[in-house]
Ligand binder design. Structure first.
Ligand code: NAI
Length: 692
């Protein structure tokens, strides 16, 4: 229980010219904890005792309120809950103004919506992210917001968990004024310049949208929401804002909120929320060692290099792109510039920002151009000799403390750095394709990587707006290694009787963005083919091996880019392929396999079993720091459904006897050479990690 003293420390009340100013002080982001709620309730009472003519609620530090304190959400919430505080605001005898800066999200925005007036500093972002966290706004957001913006817009904002800037919030009636300059002074002036009557949003007349527009917004939100229970509920609640008296709907909203915040989806998403914050932390690492990165060199302007360049430019960093020859350089630079133009055309990028990014990009073929860079990252061919040569050349031109990074997908970074004079500054920065869109970066810590380099990489990932996960060197690090085991299981399922379509359907029915074969077709079958060829000399000849993808590659069926892979693409859309069915038949005959019917549920559980076992193996080897990092990796880089919390969280909440059965079936299917990971231990660990 927080003490009164802590409550007071969280919200300070002072009188300024007859107005009570309540300042929220709960660093780092003024989360709306119990102490903050209690402090606000006490502050409002004290304001009344002091005969205040008005109240300004304002945040100290970075922001107004970044949201409710999710740490409290696993158990019963203590009095006063947020609706209690908002009721005190509405019942107060004086007008209450919310003065927002930084962010006002979730419960923070709901508190503001409960105030009589809302003011915002120019760069403030406001939004209700609850739907993305598996529950619904529970302090009147679904009733007050639509009364200000209309139903259709509210459905869009709330269901997409959209954050909008102050200017847009002003335009749609969510904010009364954008205040330039000192925010508190602006709020006090707002109260002083005219009589400001009480004006509760709930007392405004209900919205009168065109029903067709509301239905269209609801349909769109439902299809985007993957049929999750909270999406349907929140739409039902928002529609209730059209009722004349909002009190019934408020009680309904609170009941749904209380039920869903402790239900499966929200619990899993909360696990991810905390895991994502932890994943960027290395215990004991001094982040103060991080070096500033002011300019970047990117070597290799292919698929990944171009995406990486766009990513750095978007983060405001100047980039020098290096290619092998003038032609390749011109192609790569013009492809990046063309993508900026296209973004302007689609209205996704302001023309002056595109111009700034264009000016920040230069190209060269001579490594000497990189001499002033603080970081150089290579994205050249996946070939050890080429990469070693590039790192050697970089070491000769860059300053001694500049960081050298590799974007390799699978290669041994220890071996890559061998021969360099300063190995400590080498680390992996493994981006995912497209690098400017996908949120994940695996930060790979080689044996010699020093603390300053690791800290620099982690800080840089955040600056780029990415989700870092720390991995040790291993074939495929965390993500690609697990994905290889998953893909291998998928291929064995096909060999044993399933069709590629059945496997893909089972994966998407579980919630994966795409099935494994559709993914292979998209990224190209040749990447894994190259890896298998590299591994061929050391492969155990007694182990089961699926030849189908090799045959497809030999036939030139490399995926979408060759208009055929596991599927045919007659009109750009995947359809089952007779040619592939023939290859599968022949492979079964050669292996002496009589194809069996495999049920969708079994397919799903076997795909998951392969992921969980490989994760357990790599955790035992120390490749990942903690079980939750695996969940963060799969959800941010591999289309694993977020609402399931990641593969380990999902498995930890299944019947252990069933999981053991899945593992036994996996062992049988893989057969010779199967390595069993410590699955039980890892699943216990992830539950313990959450409790801690
Ligand atoms: P890519 O073949 O599209 O591009 C490689 C580029 O590097 C080419 O433009 C080539 O001209 C250039 N290059 C080769 N040697 C060079 C040298 N010595 N100096 C300057 N430029 C040189 O390959 P991609 O797909 O972009 O992959 C690059 C790296 O990123 C590889 O290590 C790959 O494993 C990794 N990666 C690839 C992902 C993908 O989805 N394609 C995902 C994550 C990592």
């Amino acid at each position: 229980m927080p003490t009164d003293q802590q409550d007071k420390a969280c919200v300070e009340m002072r009188m300024v010219d007859g107005v009570a100013v309540l300042t929220i002080r709960n660093p780092p982001v003024n989360a709306g904890s119990h102490a903050v709620r209690k402090g606000l309730a006490d502050g409002l009472a004290e304001a009344a005792r002091n005969g205040a003519s008005g109240v300004v609620i304002i945040g100290d530090g970075r922001c107004f309120i970044a949201g409710s304190d999710l740490k409290e959400f696993d158990s019963k919430l203590e009095w006063p809950e947020l609706p209690d505080v908002i009721r005190l605001v509405e019942d107060a005898p004086f007008p209450v103004v919310a003065a927002m800066h930084g962010v006002a999200l979730g419960g923070g925005l709901e508190l503001a919506l409960g105030c009589d007036y809302r003011l915002a500093a120019p760069h403030t972002m406001v939004g209700l992210p609850e739907v993305g966290l598996g529950f619904v706004p529970g302090a009147g957001g679904t009733q007050r917001l639509p009364r200000l913006t209309g139903l259709a817009r509210a459905i869009d904002l709330i269901c997409a968990a959209r954050r909008i800037p102050a200017g847009e919030a002003l335009a749609i009636g969510l904010v009364d004024r954008v205040v330039e300059g000192d925010l508190l002074a602006g709020a006090l002036a707002f109260l002083a310049e005219a009589a400001r009557p009480k004006r509760a949003a709930l007392a405004l007349s209900p919205p009168t949208d065109d029903p067709a527009a509301v239905d269209a917004a609801a349909d769109k939100a439902l299809s985007r929401g993957k049929g999750r229970p909270n999406v349907a509920e929140v739409i039902r609640l928002i529609r209730r804002a059209a009722e004349a008296d909002g009190r019934d709907a408020l009680a309904d909203e609170r009941a749904v909120f209380q039920r869903l915040r402790v239900a499966e989806d929200a619990t899993a998403l909360r696990h991810l929320f905390f895991s994502e914050r932890r994943a960027g932390v290395v215990d004991g690492l001094d982040m103060g060692l991080a070096r500033a990165i002011g300019s970047v060199g990117v070597i290799g302007g292919g698929t990944m290099g171009q995406g990486i360049v766009r990513c750095f430019l978007a983060a405001g960093l100047p980039v020098i792109l290096i290619e092998r020859d003038e032609d390749s350089l011109a192609n790569a630079v013009s492809a990046v510039r063309a993508s900026l133009d296209a973004a302007v055309e689609k209205g996704r990028l302001a023309p002056d920002e595109a111009a700034r990014r264009n000016a920040a990009l230069t190209g060269a073929t001579d490594f000497a151009a990189l001499s002033g860079c603080d970081l150089a990252i290579e994205a050249v061919f996946e070939d050890m000799a080429v990469k070693r040569d590039v790192l050697g050349r970089l070491e000769r031109v860059l300053a001694q403390d500049a960081m050298l990074a590799t974007n390799t997908s699978y290669l041994d970074i220890n071996a890559m750095a061998e021969g360099l004079a300063h190995k400590g500054r080498v680390a992996g920065l493994h981006f995912f394709s497209p690098a400017d869109v996908m949120p994940l970066i695996e930060v790979v810590r080689a044996n010699a990587t020093d603390d300053a380099t690791l800290a620099t990489a982690l800080k840089l990932a955040r600056k780029l707006g990415k989700q870092p996960v720390v991995a040790r060197v291993a074939e495929g690090f965390i993500g690609n290694r697990i994905y290889a085991a998953y893909r291998r299981r998928a291929e064995l399922l096909v060999l044993d009787g399933a069709t590629p379509q059945q496997v893909d359907r089972a994966a998407t029915a579980f919630g994966f963005a795409m099935g494994p074969f559709a993914v292979s077709d998209m990224s190209g079958l040749d990447i894994a083919w190259a890896m298998r060829k590299r591994q061929a000399p050391t492969r155990d000849p007694a182990a089961r091996y699926v030849t189908i993808p090799d045959t497809l590659c030999e036939m030139g069926r490399l995926g979408r880019k060759t208009k055929g892979g596991w599927y045919d693409y007659p009109e750009g859309k995947p359809v089952p392929s007779d040619q592939v069915a023939d290859v599968i038949d022949k492979a079964r005959q050669a292996a002496g396999i009589a194809p069996a019917e495999i049920e969708e549920d079994v397919i799903q559980r076997q795909l998951l079993a392969a992921i969980v076992n490989e994760a357990a193996l790599l955790l035992a080897e120390g490749v990942a720091q903690r079980p939750s990092d695996v969940d963060v990796t799969l959800c941010n880089g591999y289309g694993f459904p977020r609402f399931r919390g990641g593969p380990l969280w999902w498995a930890a909440h299944q019947d252990r006897a069933v999981i053991a059965g899945d593992q036994a079936r996996l062992a049988e299917a893989i057969g010779h050479g199967f390595a069993a990971g410590p699955v039980d231990k890892v699943l216990n660990d992830i539950v313990e990690e959450r409790k801690g």
